[in-house]
Write a protein that binds this ligand. Sequence first.
Ligand SMILES: [Zn+2]
Length: 449
Amino acid sequence: MDFYTRLTANVIFPLHERLKRHTTVDVHRDMERTQWLAPEPLRELRLQNLKRFLSDVERHVPYYRQLFRRLGFVPAELDSLADLRRLPLMGKPDIRAHTEALKADNAVGLSRFNTGGSSGEPLIFHIGKQRVSHDVAAKWRATRWWGVDIGDPEMVIWGSPIELGAQDRIKLIRDQLLRTRLLPAFEMSPAKLDGFIRDIRTRRPRMLFGYPSALAHIADHAGKTGEKLDDLGIKVAFVTSERLYDHQREKIEAAFGCPVANGYGGRDAGFIAHQCPAGGMHITAEDIIVEIIDRDGRVLPNGQAGEIVVTHLATRDFPFIRYRTGDVGVLGDELCPCGRGLPLLREIQGRATDFVIAQDGTVLHGLALIYVLRDLPGVASFKIIQNSPDSTTVQIVRNRDYRPDAEAIIVREFKKRLGAGVSVGIEYLDEIAREKSGKYRYVVSHVAP
Ligand SMILES: [Zn+2]
């Protein structure tokens, strides 16, 4: 770690956070210790945090004060994390309907946020200073797992309009101090990509941060143009916000000569989990309780796939309690070999839109259907649209290797996976649009390169 990184991590960044009235430094110091707690003391710490949080919410958040009263729910009397199940799940429509009543009457530093989301329906919500401090502290801790720290030169390949809109003078100064440089991920013409690669070569960052698709795209381009990026001393590539596919991981690792560290979370749900070098996807357990539920909202045991629901204990200013993320994942029972006691998300299978649902309700990864088409000769590209659990449409662009028996194979294999009573329609097109349509419930699209 060089002098500037030490200066930043120990002086500049803590000062920056204090000026913003964030408690990040204290929260981070505690998190560095509590990550090593054994399961039992960690559970006790989480229970205390949960009780304190819910008691605070009961006193100050009108929506929950009423709800708790109606349910006879007394936070001070909780005796296990599972008691949380007595509270209802919270979806995006609930937040939309009660935005004002969800604000604490003594909220500190609320900022308004807006997520687009894959459904296309925006969600407006608020984040207080406590929550920012905790999410930044959790990110800081996860950064340090990889032998890098705040202040190490970083390149951020990002495209959230919120982030880019905030690129004002103050933010630019901050980014310079923290040695962070932003490359806009949604401007990826070949000429821009050449520029990115030159930029990365000149600045020699210690870490990269971005969407897996964007980093893989840069990796591809470097491969095509023969530019080397694996000799710059990059220690790690942090990816988040999208499902990370194995082929992307391989590409990024090969091109930049560093491991890929996957992170899972969102502006709405918080810094939920992050991978450590031993491979475990550690939940930010001090602050976040993760539950996995089935389609009817019942909590599933560890090891089973279902929707990820989070309760964020640092959201007293605008609570996220049993918030449905729309993502599908699996909780693990095992401990990570790295020795941290933080529990593991064994799998994050991606957004709900990456999934299809069989007639009997089984959740299948879209790959189960994609493989059927990918293995057929003559299929140039395709898109699978599940209109409902009973009806699926497959759009195909054929070439001359396409065989007459392919249609029967598709119908047979799809019925095997989705259910015998499912109707499978096949359409032949000249071209398949790349953009996802928000019109359908489940869209799996795969456009071959
Ligand atoms: Zn670990």
